[in-house]
Ligand binder design. Sequence first.
Ligand SMILES: *Cc1c(COP(=O)(O)O)cnc(C)c1O
Length: 212
Amino acid sequence: MGSNEFKTIKDSLPIGVSLLAVSKGHHQESIRKLSGYGQLDFGESRIQEAISKKYELNDLKELRWHFVGTLQKNKVRKVIKEFDFIHSVDSLSLMERISRISQEEQKIPNIFLQVKFRDDPTKGGFFKQDLLKSWPKILSLNNINLIGLMTIPPIALNSYQRKDLFCECRKFANHLGLKHCSMGMSNDWQEAVEGGATWIRLGSLLFGKRQL
Ligand SMILES: *Cc1c(COP(=O)(O)O)cnc(C)c1O
């Protein structure tokens, strides 16, 4: 992607909507190039891949790293050490573990809770009712900066249904007093922005087909 195309997407975003460049599957050179256009937030879903890129990009101190993949329990410490944001916390037990290890590591990660607004066996996430039930417990956890909700619509939804779902996520976040909604990918980011996203997560639209 050239600097003009990148600026066109960036400039089309309303104030208050941030762009996460999901660089999983792409070489560090692509990240370096985009950072040269002013992009600082990058998303990765595989820890080892992210660590080796961070090493090669060590001179770019201002980059912020977001974990967007499925987070396994035994990877929590690594993710807390290497990432500033976690978009994919999908259970209370995972949240409790993050809190405990964040205290040990003296970190305060920025957290999005992943929520499922429709049945979808292919995805993790809290159902609304379960999140409401766990909410007091979640609020009591230390060393967590809980900033918002993250959602991914089921693949079968059309554009209108996606926008409805995104609006539902925005409403639920407001109800919980959370500022941020991380929602919208290359194929539905416009619907997500209309629905009230504050972070959109773009991979292929920025970087093309995945290479790694
Ligand atoms: C890969 C990924 C993206 C980016 O997807 P594209 O369709 O390439 O834009 C966004 N969010 C998550 C959670 C991802 O895993």
